[in-house]
Design a binder for this molecule. Sequence first.
Ligand code: NI
Length: 153
Amino acid sequence: MSNDLMRFSVAMPEDLLIRFDRLVARRGLAKNRSEVVRDLVRDALVEDDCAMPGVEVMGTLTIVFDHHASDLQEKLHAIQHDCFDSIVSAMHVHVDEHTCLEVIVLRGETGFVQDLANLILGTKGVQNGKLVLTTTSRECDKGTGHLSHYGEK
Ligand code: NI
């Protein structure tokens, strides 16, 4: 497989293209349509990989909770100790007098990681949160050995 850039044409409605160009502009001067399309394709491929049963993934789970909620911290702690081999790290931030934010890094089989995240998210007292999955699949690596995003049109 070659990392040479291949060109192809894309047809889309004008209003969609106008909105896409606004997105490209918001991503900064170093980005152009081609670079943003590549980013979106890579994101879609990672998402698709992570949906395949059995694939190994890394996940970051961010949760927000009130540390005064009854025995919530103990429950969250117990879950993480029970699954210690799937929990890589956890960072706890005291947001204010009441609110805590925790970022938990998970690794393992995608179904298990999602189940574990849902268990934590579903624990009574967790106010909100989100799991973001990624893989380290070679096909999805951003590095291509050259810095094509510096000036490529
Ligand atoms: Ni705290």
